[in-house]
Design a protein around this ligand. Structure first.
Ligand SMILES: [Zn+2]
Length: 276
């Protein structure tokens, strides 16, 4: 099963915010999303990264414009979903499933680009979004205008899918595509209902740990920076547990990838080296 991670955009951040003992220097965070080429289901996305819907669309709401201006992401046009899918021989209309790990703008920005996709998402997290005020959502980095109007009817609730046995010291998961090769593993805290995705790739198991940390060194060098997380996490205690689970998993020497880690990895989609 081929799995690649394009980088939809770059965002500058101070190292001090994301790494304990980090310096004031700026690091460029990536904003990855995943593309699985599944033997039975064709192209399946894991989130969408940042897209024009957040950064440049003329019909954006005022608060989304402000959010975009403050964070200042720079889109990578070549690594947006449409050109990446084209290089793999697909169009957005061919995408039947988008796995939505959580509802932050940098993960759901492009959902409207996939008219034929079902959305595999955590049902309780979506119900919470729908029942919350716009202000509550925006305060938690969730912009309801990015969620397609018919999301409810197109959603597959992860909690309705078959349970899997716990593996690699991680919590039990949910089998997302019916073959055990794409499993949601609950790692909540950063956002309500957030799950990572355990993937059986051609080169072995890979945990896509999404936003449990921003930077891999924080987990591998025990340099988790707690105070910014206290400000922005949905549930701090859950986030600590998920952070510990990721550190324990990495300590086994197993492969993991984070959405925003600035280092290049073998799983990154590289325009020069891709072989669609
Ligand atoms: Zn997030």
């Amino acid at each position: 099963m081929k799995v690649i991670f394009p980088n939809s955009a770059d965002v500058a951040a101070s190292e001090r915010f994301i790494l304990k003992g980090g310096r004031w220097r700026r690091v460029m965070l990536k904003v990855r999303y995943g593309v699985i080429v599944h033997p039975d289901h064709g192209p399946v996305l894991i989130d969408t990264g940042y897209t024009a819907e957040t950064i440049s669309a003329p019909d954006r709401g005022r608060v989304l414009r402000l959010y975009s201006r403050v964070l200042g992401p720079t889109l990578n046009p070549d690594q947006q979903p449409e050109p990446v899918l084209a290089r793999l021989g697909f169009t957005p209309a061919d995408v039947r499933f988008v796995i939505v790990t959580h509802f932050h703008a940098d993960h759901i920005s492009g959902l409207r680009q996939f008219p034929n996709a079902r959305f595999i998402a955590n049902g309780p997290a979506f119900a919470h979004l729908r029942s919350s005020t716009d202000w509550h959502n925006i305060r938690h980095g969730v912009f309801p205008e990015l969620v397609p109007d018919d999301f409810d009817g197109r959603m597959i609730d992860t909690e309705s899918l078959p349970r899997t046995e716990p593996e690699y010291g991680l919590p039990a998961g949910r089998d997302l595509l019916g073959d055990g090769r794409v499993v949601a593993v609950g790692l909540p805290g950063h956002a309500r209902g957030l799950f990572g995705v355990m993937l059986q790739t051609a080169s072995g198991p890979l945990l896509y740990a999404v936003d449990v940390q921003w930077i891999r060194r924080a987990a591998t060098e025990a340099r988790v920076q707690a105070w910014p997380a206290r400000l922005i996490t949905d549930d701090y205690e859950d986030w600590r547990r998920s952070t510990d689970a990721l550190a324990a998993y990495l300590a086994q020497g197993r492969a993991a990838l984070l959405c925003h880690d600035p280092e290049n990895t073998p799983f990154d989609y590289d325009m020069a080296n891709s072989d669609p």
